[in-house]
Design a binder for this molecule. Structure first.
Ligand SMILES: Nc1nc2c(ncn2[C@@H]2O[C@H](COP(=O)(O)O[C@H]3[C@@H](O)[C@H](n4cnc5c(=O)[nH]c(N)nc54)O[C@@H]3COP(=O)(O)O)[C@@H](O)[C@H]2O)c(=O)[nH]1
Length: 636
């Protein structure tokens, strides 16, 4: 208990006073005057007049006395009643004790606060309301308190009240004492601090924890990481940091709404926690990013094993609103002191490694390496230069002809992005498209491509050489919620007929979320476009899924074309894909045809279309226009 400070007199209950009543001199004075007046009157006017006056004076005296005696009593009674009501209705607990610390009075609020009945408290020592450890100290404080001179001291203390059920309640106590005759009394006003403490705790929790998942937030995580780094420095141990980012989270939010997105985040947090040990720390850093600080671990392999387990639990689809929602995660790992010397760098490196994992195709983990650092710097440069190039319209589209295998006639083209940067030189689309995917720049980039392609389709149509053009759709672009409406808007704006627009989506993107993909493809087909499954054979299509997809073409990946006709494995795969396309009544396009032998083999197998350097590389639109204007000869 804090020492009590001296304060002005407390407002205690009414105290009886033992001194001569104030009305006595007032009453006696008129009595004396009445006697004197009666004596004087008797001498002048006789006994009758004196008696009359005396009676009148006595009556007057009686009235005055009644007022003088009864009024203060009434006032006192009213005051006592008011104090009793205040005592009973006070929101704070009030306890009155005598100088031995024995409880003499308690108000209803105190009974409510402590959980005791009145008769369990009255007559007991007030120390019963304190935790055992405080009782001895309290007795000494009370003795010192009562030993103070008659000046009525008052003090405040914050302590814990021991309630009837054994629980401890934080309270603030204000004390006062006074003397009645030889007896000393003390009164304690007890204010419950539980609510205020709970509020303070919730403020503290909110400042350090994430509202949605209740996991530690970035601020707390960094503080814990800092402590762990100091400990590991002293003990010469290794710290492993895992940086997790949920895959496709933006798409989940866009497609299913934020409530579903929130549930996925909570569920993901629970799944991660289920893999971790008690000494590990999990935090939500913001958005769809989580971080895990692994406790004592021997080798980096252990961290990778944990990352592998996390990927396993996170790739299980979430069943929400009777739907399967696919997400998965990408994880970056960095070690202290192996990779970084301080926690900020450690976090940055783990983030970089996560970014690398995403580029490796999502659903993977990657460990930080110094090469990665160099690569990350290059990615940042590519991102900023690409953004600028897009804004300044410095990107180009080239078109690679698609040719009928049997007739050799040019029947379409695939639009392929090209970018020459002053500083970086010619950057391969494989490289910059991956950076754009990882940074979100892919969406404005894809919009630009679609807009340009549709305008080009119109130009060729207006020139009398209409041509089907295929556009590559990225994963991000394909998973947008209102994709078909966006495509319809571009078609309308440009005036390009939907029938001349082919859309290529990789098998992997489609099979990652086949149900949603089927709906997206159906919506695109409803516009009048055709959809082709690109890089076919590199993913894992189930035949049932394939049967359900409203696609019209399969594009056999160039990695299977390369070995034709010498490599028996490539031949088997090519034959199987061609057979599959035929059974599902789909057109077949072979890509990456570089020589006559490959083309001859494909023709023999019945493949319908091809593209590749054998016929032509991707070229600017003007060059293809010239090719289109030239008379085409049908092969024999
Ligand atoms: N989302 C978008 N992706 C795009 C876009 N433009 C290109 N890309 C993707 O980038 C990847 C690499 O493309 P690129 O370097 O242009 O390679 C394409 C062809 O040039 C190449 N090709 C064609 N014929 C041959 C050949 O005979 N040999 C050989 N070695 N390569 C050849 O193949 C690539 C075409 O690939 P695909 O898309 O699978 O048909 C690539 O993944 C592009 O998709 C864009 O606008 N948006």
């Amino acid at each position: 208990m804090k020492p009590l400070s001296s304060q002005p007199e407390p407002a205690g209950p009414a105290v009886a006073r033992r001194k001569l009543p104030a009305w006595l001199p007032l009453a006696l004075t008129p009595l004396l005057l009445a006697v004197l007046a009666a004596v004087a009157l008797q001498r002048q006017h006789g006994v009758l007049a004196a008696s009359l006056l005396a009676t009148l004076l006595v009556l007057l005296l009686a009235v005055v006395l009644r007022q003088l005696v009864l009024l203060p009593r009434r006032r006192l009674a009213t005051q006592q009643r008011r104090e009793q009501v205040t005592f009973d209705a006070a929101p704070d607990g009030i306890v009155r004790v005598d100088q031995n610390g024995i409880i003499r009075m308690v108000n209803p609020a105190m009974l409510k606060l402590s959980g005791y009945q009145r008769d369990q408290l009255l007559g007991q020592n007030v120390s019963m309301l304190l935790p055992q450890a405080l009782r001895a100290r309290h007795t000494v404080s009370m003795a010192g308190y009562f030993a103070q001179p008659r000046t009525r001291a008052m003090g405040e203390a914050a302590l814990e009240l021991l309630c009837s059920d054994g629980s401890l309640r934080p309270v603030e106590i204000s004390l006062g004492h006074w003397q009645e005759g030889t007896q000393r009394h003390a009164i304690a006003y007890i204010h419950d601090l539980s609510e205020r403490h709970a509020f303070e705790r919730s403020l503290q929790h909110r400042a350090t924890h994430d509202d949605l998942t209740s996991l530690p937030n970035r601020r707390l995580f960094k503080a814990l990481l800092q402590q762990a780094a100091l400990r590991s420095g002293r003990q010469a141990t290794r710290l492993s940091l895992l940086f997790l980012d949920l895959d496709h989270f933006k798409t989940i939010n866009d497609n299913f709404g934020h409530a579903v997105g929130d549930t996925v985040l909570i569920e993901a947090g629970n799944r991660i926690q289920s893999v971790l040990r008690s000494g590990d720390v999990l935090a939500r850093l913001g958005g769809d990013e989580f971080a895990v600080l692994l406790g004592e671990l021997g080798s980096p392999d252990d961290a990778m094993r944990v990352a592998g387990k996390l990927l396993e639990v996170l790739k299980v689809p979430y069943t929400l609103r009777h739907q399967q929602i696919y997400s998965g995660a990408s994880i970056g790992i960095a070690f202290l002191p192996d990779d970084a010397g301080n926690v900020d760098t450690l976090l940055r490196y783990a983030d970089m490694a996560m970014y690398q994992a995403k580029q490796n195709g999502r659903g993977h983990f990657a460990c930080y390496s110094h090469e990665l650092n160099a690569r990350a710097h290059e990615d940042m440069l590519i991102h900023s230069r690409l953004k600028e190039a897009l804004a300044q319209n410095r990107l180009q589209l080239h078109y690679q002809p698609q040719v009928d295998v049997q007739s050799g006639l040019l029947i379409g083209a695939e639009a392929l992005l090209r970018w020459h940067d002053e500083q970086l030189g010619q950057v391969s689309p494989e490289r910059f498209v991956a950076v754009a995917e990882a940074t979100g720049l892919i969406l404005p980039l894809s919009d630009w491509v679609l807009e340009q392609v549709c305008q080009q389709i119109c130009r060729w149509q207006q020139a009398g050489t209409p041509l089907r053009v295929a556009v590559n759709f990225s994963a991000h672009q394909f998973n947008q919620p209102h994709l078909a409406q966006q495509v319809a808007a571009v078609l309308q704006r440009s005036g390009a007929p939907a029938a001349l627009l082919d859309i290529e989506i990789t098998e992997t993107v489609v099979m990652a979320r086949p149900d949603q993909a089927r709906n997206q493809i159906a919506a695109l087909v409803a516009l009048g476009c055709s959809v082709a499954l690109d890089d076919f054979g590199t993913g894992y299509s189930s035949l049932t899924r394939l049967k359900d997809l409203p696609v019209s073409k399969l594009k056999i990946d160039r990695s299977f074309v390369q070995g034709l006709p010498g490599d028996s494995n490539d031949c088997t795969i090519a034959q199987a894909i061609i057979g599959l396309a035929r059974s599902f009544n789909l057109k077949m396009v072979a890509e990456g045809v570089e020589n006559a032998a490959q083309l001859a083999y494909l023709r023999e197998q019945g493949c319908e279309l091809y593209q590749g350097w054998w016929y032509a590389r991707a070229m600017p639109a003007e060059a293809l226009s010239e090719l289109l204007q030239a008379p085409q000869t049908v092969q024999a």
